[in-house]
Design a protein around this ligand. Sequence first.
Ligand SMILES: NC(=O)c1ccc[n+]([C@@H]2O[C@H](COP(=O)([O-])OP(=O)(O)OC[C@H]3O[C@@H](n4cnc5c(N)ncnc54)[C@H](O)[C@@H]3O)[C@@H](O)[C@H]2O)c1
Length: 387
Amino acid sequence: MKAIIGVVGAGTMGAGIAQVAAQAGHSVVLTDTNPDQLQRAEQQIVKSLDKLVEKGKFSFEQAEAIKASLTYSSQLSDHSAASLVIEAIVEKLDIKHQLFAQLEQTVGPNCILASNTSSLSIASIGACLKDASRFLGIHFFNPATIMPLVEVIPGVATSHEYTNQIEQLISSWHKTVVVCKDTPGFIVNRVARPFYGEALRIYEEGLADFATIDWAMTEIGGFKMGPFTLMDYIGNDINYTVTETVFAAFYYDPRFKPSFTQKRHMEAGFLGRKTNRGFYDYKEGSSQPTPTKDPILGKLIFERILVLLINEAADALFMQVASPNAVDLAMTKGVNYPKGLLAWADELGAEWVLDKLETLFSEYGEDRYRPNPLLRRKVREQSKFIL
Ligand SMILES: NC(=O)c1ccc[n+]([C@@H]2O[C@H](COP(=O)([O-])OP(=O)(O)OC[C@H]3O[C@@H](n4cnc5c(N)ncnc54)[C@H](O)[C@@H]3O)[C@@H](O)[C@H]2O)c1
C-alpha cells in the first residue's frame, strides 16, 4: 500500500531511509532543522538515483518519478498527513524527546512513530509520548540504501498490531526484517562486540599484530574484512562509543569491556580512514604492514574470535532477544558475516564450541569466556540451534 512516509533528520541515515521509502513507491517528506543539510541530502539522493539509472536498476522515467515523490522541508508540521514518521536525528535522548513531543501533536492519531536509534532504548524514547503504543524502533544499517537488514524493535508499550504492520511494510521495501527485543545493541550491535573486542584483546596480549589478526579473520575465517580494517572504516570514535554504551547498558558485564588500545587510538585522533590514520596508516604512499601468515597462529586467532561470537549469539537466543533465524539473518545481512553464527555452531558442533570456551575460561578465569548455558544445553541434549 502506498502511503505518506515522514523522515526527520536528513543526515547520513535519514537521507538513505527517505530514498529507500521513495524507491518503494511512497510519497516521502524529509525534514531537518538545518536547510544546508536538506540541500545536501537532496543532492545525494538525486546523484544516487542517477547512478541507479546508469546501472539499469531504474528507467529514467522511474527515477524522475521517485525524485518527484520526495519533498524536502524544514517544517515539522509537514508531517501532518504521514502514516509513519521515522526519526533519524542526533543520538541524544532529550533532543529526541523534544522532537517526539512536538511530532505527536502534529500527526494524526493512527500515525506510527519510529526511531532509528542505535543505542538508546525504545522504552526511554517512547516515555515522552502520550500514546507510546504506536512507537517502536526501526533500525536501518549504514548505508541504508544498500544494507538489506532492518531491526524492528517494539518497546514495552508498543502494540503487537503496529509491530506487525511495520514488519510487513518494511519487508515490502525489499529489506530483510528481524524483530528483536528492546535490549542494548539490539541484535547486531550486541552479537558483533567480540569481533572487535576479542581481536583487540588478542593484540593486547601480544599474540599477534593488527595485520595478522585481520589476515586470520579474512583468509582463514572467510570474513569480508578483518576487525582492524573494519574498525578503521567505522571510525574508532564511533566503534569505541558503541562498545562503551553497550558495556554500561549491560551493567558493566565484563563480556563487553572496552579496550584501552582502541581508546588510546581514539584519544590520539587515530580515528581510522576519516583521519588518514587508525590502526593502519592511510596517508598517500604509506606502506601497509605484512601479516605473519602462520597457519597455526591464524587458526588459533580465528577460532578464539569465532567461539566468542557464537557464545554471544547463543546468549541473544538464550535471553529471547530474537529467534534463531533472526539472530543468524541479522549477522549475515547486517554485517555481512560469511555464515549465521548459530548455523556455524551447528556445523562445528556445540561440543567443539563449548570445549574451546571452557579451555579459555579455565586458562583466564575471566567472565568474558564463560560459556552460555544454552550451549551447554545443546551439548547435553545433542540438539541443534537451527531446526
Ligand atoms: N550513522 C550510522 O551508521 C547509524 C546507523 C544506524 C543508526 N544510526 C542512528 O541514526 C540516527 C541519526 O544518525 P546519523 O548518523 O544519520 O546522524 P547525522 O549527524 O548524520 O544526522 C542527523 C541529522 O539530524 C538533524 N537534526 C538534529 N536535530 C534535529 C531536530 N531536532 N529536528 C530535525 N533535525 C534535526 C541534523 O541537522 C542532521 O542533519 C541516530 O539516532 C543514530 O544513532 C546511525
